[in-house]
Design a protein around this ligand. Structure first.
Ligand code: ADP
Ligand code: MG
Length: 693
């Protein structure tokens, strides 16, 4: 008999090769396969007659395929064209990059196609990239056809559905309390205690999975397709609760570790007095929060979130001063050499009189000698790049690690730095604001400080979107500005011209820009230049010797030159929202009005939406929310990184209500110390692949 923990080879149609593919995709057992919940449902009872097609949009059609032919395009791309006929008429169908379709289509068979109707060549409509299945294979499956994501090449949606259907009997046969328990221990109850199920009137896990894989004909289509059925909600809530429990547990573990204890406040106050400006109220508040953390007898785990230009560096400097003043070692890690170098300069100016500071990057000469001094505690503060986390680097007295632009580092890298010390305090900083939904999931084990204020006297950057045909005019304005002593950046998505990507390249368009700038001193800056050259250019720009910097996104993070007030972004449609925002953040750091001009080529609908949002707001928080919404819930890299359960059904953005409930319930469960309940929930740890959308 098929059981939940049966290997997938127990299913008809799964041999060793397919089982290996499935395992690769995260499904080793029947139960794990059952956790692949359909992305959506197609209503077979409501197909449209071809003669009745009018509006562009999603449609379901049934008919025979004729005139199937493959057309080879540039590169290795191809296109399959065909015609779909039903009794009433015919409609062209196009598939991109699915050459195998042409071989598989059977002229005699009837097919169910579901896809988007769009206006094709010459205004006629065509069906684009539809799903395509023989209707005789769909017999007996009821009204709703569940559509799954493809698990791997060769494990397409239709096959996944067939396998899931074959796996369903295991679910029905299993005692309810087995489902969702860890494979190693199947004695527990349905992982959600009944009082929680009752509280939210949720169905059991078994019913939920069964219904989602085979909805009854009378299930409401809207709710099914919007993940709004109680069955969906059971899974969503269960996942989020489990995630929150993991995070709460992790937090608790951190709390039992002992902290270092920091004492001397005198030196810190002196550093603070010597600052060239007054802290903003937000900075003062965050500095206070950090000081309290550090004086507590448990390690700090704090995320400092502050929009570009909000002044995180000086907050970090004061935190570092706390550690140094207490005789500890500290480290400050940044994602690029350019940025590490800049921080080194700033920190030396602020802290260099009192403490020994060193810079360690991939291009540090005498690195061996430096590492020796670090090991022997002869350096108080190490500033650097990933070089800091090499095995050969020992920081025996490390008590505080600060990581700038932390989203550029993986979880493992952050951990590696922390583990150089004992019970090390950690401050991670990011300019990419984290929407609340992610703050509650990915970063749920960190305390969060917010810099919600920029230093006084700054004007919001004015953003203009212009087609690339206006480049000439824009460059004239840039030249005029530069003649009046202003500085700026022109950023390109590519270094070299590319045959496959249409976008401005530094080498070609960059030269043209340079010519247009005439006398204005300009310089190139990109990642393929030798590091010392790069640093020299950055220095010359900071010193005002170079007026305009023609660069790639190496300038994206952290570069701080207050006099720069022009940011021209070439082929802006090639950049993501977060990146655009970071780039724009390079200007508007002084008191002069700054402008960001996004030049763009032809825009897809999506790119247009992105740029419009970009132009409409300079609020990093709004941008981050919009970015998450645009990229869609499929992009949960953040959650995956957190090293906790991957969310497959839940979406922290859309399901924010459930997220809040789960967070509260998790806190209550942890609080009440209901060891039994907690232990039970901890076992509920999905081990599935992320959904592929
Ligand atoms: P970010 O948060 O983007 O890392 P930085 O730390 O680079 O921002 O700070 C941006 C600029 O603002 C720097 O030139 C810094 O010296 C300046 N700055 C920081 N805090 C203040 C303040 N309180 N008053 C005036 N200028 C400040
Ligand atoms: Mg910064």
């Amino acid at each position: 008999m098929l059981k939940l923990d049966s290997p997938l080879t127990a299913l008809r149609g799964v041999g060793p090769a397919r089982a290996a593919l499935l395992r690769e995709a995260g499904c080793a057992t029947v139960e794990q396969l059952l956790w692949c919940v359909p992305l959506r449902y197609e209503d077979r009872s409501s197909s449209t007659r071809i003669a009745d097609l009018d509006q562009p949009g999603p449609v379901t059609l049934v008919g025979r395929l004729r005139k199937v032919r493959t057309i080879h395009l540039r590169g290795r791309r191809s296109m399959v064209r065909a015609e779909l006929l039903d009794g009433s008429g015919s409609v062209p169908v196009v598939w991109f990059n699915r050459p195998y379709l042409a071989r598989q289509v059977d002229a005699q068979a009837e097919y169910l196609l579901h896809g988007k109707l769009r206006s094709g060549r010459g205004g006629a409509v065509e069906l684009l990239n539809p799903s395509c299945e023989r209707t005789d294979r769909l017999q007996g499956q009821g009204r709703w056809t569940p559509v799954y994501s493809s698990l791997a090449p060769g494990l397409g949606p239709a096959l996944v559905r067939d396998l899931v259907q074959r796996a369903l009997p295991a679910l029905e046969a299993a005692p309810v309390e087995q489902i969702g328990a860890a494979a190693s221990d199947r004695a527990g109850a349905d992982p959600l205690p009944s009082w929680l199920l009752e509280k939210y009137r949720l169905p059991t896990l078994r019913d939920s999975l069964a219904m989602l894989h085979r909805p009854p004909d009378d299930a409401p289509g809207e709710a099914l397709n919007n993940r709004a059925t109680p069955y969906h909600q059971r899974l969503i809530y269960g996942e989020l609760l489990s995630l929150q429990l993991h995070l709460a547990a992790r937090r608790r573990r951190a709390q039992v570790a002992k902290g270092h204890g920091y004492r001397s406040a005198r030196d810190v106050a002196a550093v603070r007095r010597a600052l060239p400006f007054r802290l903003t109220a937000a900075q003062a508040r965050v500095v206070e929060e950090i000081q309290q953390d550090l004086r507590r007898r448990r390690p700090m785990r704090r995320l400092l979130q502050g929009d570009v230009g909000s002044g995180k560096t000086v907050v970090a400097a004061l935190a570092l001063a706390e550690a140094l003043a207490s005789g500890h070692q500290a480290a400050f890690m940044a994602p690029t050499e350019l940025l590490a170098e800049q921080h080194y300069t700033v920190l030396r100016a602020l802290l260099g009189d009192r403490w020994r500071i060193a810079l360690l990057t991939g291009s540090t000469s005498e690195a061996t000698a430096l590492r020796r001094r670090l090991r022997h505690g002869k350096i108080d503060l190490a500033v650097g790049t990933h070089s800091l986390i090499q095995d050969s680097v020992d920081l025996p007295r490390l008590a505080l690690a600060v990581i700038d632009e932390q989203h550029r580092f993986g979880v493992g890298q952050r951990q590696a730095l922390v583990e150089k010390g004992m019970d090390c305090d950690l401050l991670v900083m990011t300019a990419t604001p984290i929407p609340r939904s992610l703050a509650l999931t990915t970063y749920g084990d960190l305390d969060i400080s917010l810099l919600d204020e920029v230093p006084p006297g700054r004007l919001p950057v004015i953003t203009e979107l212009l087609p690339v045909s206006r480049r000439g005019k824009v460059l004239n304005r840039l030249r005029d500005g530069a003649q009046a002593g202003e500085q700026g950046y022109v950023v390109f998505p590519l270094i070299e011209e590319s045959t496959t990507i249409t976008a401005a390249a530094l080498e070609k368009e960059g030269q043209a820009v340079r010519r247009a700038l005439g006398e204005i001193p300009s310089a190139f800056l990109h990642g393929r230049m030798p590091v010392d050259q790069r640093l020299e250019v950055a220095r010359a720009f900071a010193a005002g010797e170079v007026g305009i910097l023609l660069a790639t996104t190496v300038v994206e993070v952290g570069i701080d030159v207050a006099n720069a007030n022009w940011m021209v972004i070439e082929s802006a449609e090639r950049f993501g929202l977060a990146q655009l925002h970071q780039l724009r953040g390079r200007v508007g750091r002084g008191t002069r009005q700054a402008r960001c001009i996004a030049l763009h080529g032809r825009l897809s609908d999506e790119a247009r939406r992105r740029l419009e949002i970009f132009a409409a707001t300079t609020d990093g928080f709004e941008i981050a929310e919009a970015d998450l919404a645009l990229r869609g819930p499929g992009d949960l890299a953040g959650t995956r990184q957190a090293g906790v359960a991957v969310l497959r059904v839940a979406d922290p953005v859309v399901d924010e209500g459930w997220l809040e409930r789960a967070r509260e319930d998790a806190a209550r469960l942890m609080e009440s110390g209901g060891e039994e309940v907690t232990a039970l929930l901890m076992r509920f740890r999905p081990q599935q692949p992320a959904r592929v959308r």
